[in-house]
Design a protein around this ligand. Structure first.
Ligand SMILES: *Cc1c(COP(=O)(O)O)cnc(C)c1O
Length: 439
């Protein structure tokens, strides 16, 4: 298709019909472009992904699965879901893929539904040590409806204490063992988790929400061969649309599919599924391997540079796109750092550190991630500058002066390059101009 079809929405459609929302979207784009986006769960999806999200596939009701829908007219959306499933299976070498989850949390809810009954013990990394809300926090369904059995990291190394995991698993015999977290910067030894799960006949579930793009690009160990089930978001390092996805072994395929539909979701978001297919294709291209490696190299450079400014890096470094830094040596807590940085256009978030002496609302640390900046084309040398700007903000320097330097830095790597080219230029595959022909 070389010319823009009539169903493609125009910006003017929104600007004319709803100027208030159009202005909000415009301002948000400007905020994204003007700042340093270091929130580890965020990324910039490609124009192709965003075009799929705006496609008419969003209108179709398609309860059920490919070839077994509850409504007629699904022949085209079926093809989109088929492609998404096939691409997910190929990319990750998975026996089965379910691409319907609306989010990481929805995917996780389905895994609980597939393998556990209310009150069953479920073992996972504690929230305070880098786990996720859906891993048994009392304020989430996961902790309210199931019996959380938390494990922690070792106090000295700040890495998962595998011997403690084994011991706790033997004592509590959980139905499910979860590994993977939301602020754990290190690789996980899936082999050890597999052995522990086998010993007590538990389901091994890897929540790879943050790292699945790194897995796709071969930059971190692959959990798929070891896990019964892997859940992920599609919008973090995988750089797709907001959404979730579940990979599992064939023996669990039926349980997982039924746990998604009809147990915990009804109509799938077919536009999001199509956008997931687009992202999975992008992630299978050779350039994505460079992207994944780039995220890790950038995170390692950022960790080193932050340490140079006096921060203590949790675990002493990172294997992923993410750095957790203890700011106690700088005399600032994570909440204050978050606020000071945001006022200079540097977006990162406060984070507890393991065994944090400070309370969760104002913990000792921050978490930073390199997914978005790497998409924009930032490299390791730029990370020293980024760390310098964070350090200046934490020292309380005038936010206006720091923001001016942020502007200079992001001008080199635009988040929304002109002409709909993709951020990061050559790293992003084809450049297709809207309404023009592909070059
Ligand atoms: C982000 C995240 C989720 C939740 O994803 P949402 O799409 O925000 O619901 C689940 N698990 C982990 C480990 C995460 O990091």
């Amino acid at each position: 298709m070389s010319t823009t079809p009539s169903w493609v929405p125009e910006w003017e459609d929104l600007a004319a019909a709803d100027p208030e929302i159009a202005e909000i979207a415009d301002r948000e784009a400007a905020r994204l472009a003007a700042g340093l986006q270091l929130i580890a769960s965020e990324n910039h999806a490609s124009p192709a992904v965003r075009a799929a999200l705006a496609s008419p596939l969003s209108m179709k009701y398609a309860e059920g699965f490919v070839g077994q829908r509850f409504y007629p007219g699904c022949e085209h959306v079926d093809r989109a879901e088929e492609l998404a499933v096939q691409r997910a299976r190929n990319l990750f070498g998975a026996e089965h893929a379910n691409v319907q989850s609306h989010s990481g949390t929805s995917a996780n809810l389905a895994v609980y539904a597939a393998f556990a009954k209310p009150d069953d013990p479920v073992m996972a990394l504690s929230l305070a040590h880098g786990g996720h809300l859906t891993h048994g926090a009392r304020i989430s369904f996961s902790g309210a409806w199931f019996t959380p059995v938390p494990y922690e990291v070792d106090q000295a190394s700040e890495r998962i204490d595998y011997e403690a995991v084994r011991e706790i698993a033997r004592i509590h015999a959980p139905r499910i063992i979860v590994c993977g977290g939301t602020s754990y910067p290190r690789n996980i030894d899936y082999q050890v988790f597999r052995e522990i799960a086998d010993e007590i006949e538990a389901i091994l579930w890897v929540d790879a929400a943050h790292i699945m793009g790194l897995v796709a690009g071969g930059a971190v160990p692959d959990p798929v061969p070891f896990a019964d089930v892997v859940t992920t978001t599609t919008h973090k390092t995988l750089r797709g649309p907001r959404g979730g996805m579940i990979l599992c072994r064939n023996e669990h395929a039926r349980a997982i599919d039924r746990a998604v539909f009809p147990f915990s979701q009804s109509g799938p978001a077919m536009h999001a599924i199509a956008a997931k297919a687009v992202a999975l294709r992008e992630a299978s291209l050779p350039a994505f391997t460079d992207y994944a490696r780039g995220m890790v190299e950038n995170a390692q450079a950022l960790a080193e540079a932050l340490a140079g400014h006096g921060a203590r890096i949790v675990t002493g470094g990172t294997d992923t796109h993410m750095v957790v830094a203890d700011l106690q040596p700088l005399g600032v807590d994570g909440a204050r750092a978050e606020e000071l940085c945001a006022s200079a256009g540097i977006y990162l978030n406060k984070s507890a550190i393991p065994f944090d002496p400070l309370p969760p609302r104002a913990p000792s640390g921050i978490r930073v991630g390199t997914a978005a900046l790497t998409t924009q084309g930032f490299g390791p040398a730029d990370m020293a500058e980024v760390a310098g700007l964070i350090a200046r903000a934490c020292r309380g320097e005038d936010p206006g002066r720091i923001a001016a330097d942020v502007a200079g830095l992001v001008a080199r790597y635009p988040a929304f390059p002109a002409g709909h080219a993709e951020p990061g230029g050559r790293d992003r595959g084809s450049r297709i101009r809207r309404g023009g022909s592909s070059a």
